[in-house]
Design a protein around this ligand. Structure first.
Ligand code: NAD
Length: 294
């Protein structure tokens, strides 16, 4: 059993903390939202009065927060209260620069640290099937891995500080671009009188095969578990895709990478989200393209 502090008990953090309780750890959490605290308390998480109180006795601290500015400010708030030698794992999706700042703050205090963003969404958080992509020292990863594997089923050590965030934004740039590609193909197929199932049967076993088609098919029918069969309820909301594609472009510009399709996908998803679809699953982009709204 490990004493774990958990800061940020929202849609992702709440079920992740609950899984750590189920695994037998003593979890003490904090969130600015009283409703999130109450939901976590119902799942066995002890709720502290503030973030420093949640981490004071912890050997391991997990943070799951909206963006880089929240992570660096929470790190600055909690690190003075943490025990030297403790490990802090940030699972939020944030920009690489903020992730590196957070690592530096932890190092100043003599704490181990890991950036470990996730893939798998709320379903993965609830079912403990997340994939973690981690950046930081080998010692930090070795200490974190058993805990990560109680919240997910895979943890990949991608490299030094910030490497987890780098892997996450590169992966999600592929995802955003590929989903638009698959959606465009279905829209064209409809105009050509080709059925969804026929395109699926061919492309899923041909060179068009990809996750956006075979696991997360954006039209109802071929993949019964995809959000297309459930009114495009997320899943992975369009606003989060916009966030990740914007992080990818920020990193591209800062590091001189040429990513024109990544920028195009960001702009398309931004217009989609801003037209009343921010809470719609990102595969709903197919309806927007079908209506010729881009
Ligand atoms: P969320 O908004 O539901 O939860 C974030 C929580 O952080 C909120 O409850 C908020 O009150 C809390 N918070 C903010 N500032 C705080 C502070 N200073 N102290 C304590 N609590 C604070 O968001 P989420 O969906 O749980 O996402 C969390 C992170 O995970 C984001 O970085 C997101 O990009 C990433 N992510 C989300 C998904 C998804 O499907 N939701 C998938 C992969 C990654």
């Amino acid at each position: 059993m490990t004493n774990i502090g958990f800061i940020g008990l929202g849609n992702m953090g709440g079920p992740m903390a609950a899984n750590l309780v189920k695994a037998g750890h003593r979890v003490t959490g904090f969130d600015l939202s009283a409703a999130s605290c109450e939901a976590a308390r119902a799942n066995g998480v002890a709720i502290a009065a503030d973030a420093p109180a949640a981490v004071a006795d912890a050997q391991v601290v997990v943070t799951m927060l909206p963006a880089g500015k929240h992570v660096t400010s929470v790190f600055a708030e909690i690190l003075p209260a943490m025990q030297a030698g403790a490990l802090v794992i940030d699972c939020s999706t944030i920009d690489v620069d903020s992730a590196r700042k957070a690592h530096a703050l932890a190092a100043e205090k003599g704490c181990l640290s890991l950036d470990a963003p996730v893939s798998g969404g709320v379903g993965g958080a609830q079912g403990a099937t997340l994939t973690f992509m981690a950046g930081g020292a080998a010692e930090a990863f070795a200490k974190a891995e058993p805990i990560l594997l109680q919240m997910g089923r895979k943890a990949v050590h991608c490299g030094e500080a910030g490497a987890g965030q780098a892997a996450k934004i590169c992966n999600n740039m592929i995802l955003g671009i590929s989903m638009i590609g698959v959606a465009e193909a279905f829209v064209l197929a409809e105009k050509l009188g080709l059925s969804h199932q026929a395109l699926f049967d061919v492309a899923s076993t041909s060179s068009g095969q990809c996750w956006s088609l075979t696991t997360y098919c954006p039209v109802p029918g071929p993949v019964p578990t995809s959000p297309a069969n459930n009114e495009y309820k997320p899943g992975f909301a369009a606003e989060l895709m916009v966030k990740d594609l914007a992080l990818a472009q920020e990193a591209s510009q800062a590091n001189g990478a040429t990513t024109p399709l990544g920028e195009h996908a960001r702009a398309i998803y931004e217009r989609f989200a801003q037209s009343g679809n921010d809470g719609v699953d990102f595969s709903g982009i197919v309806r927007y393209l079908r209506e010729g709204r881009d």
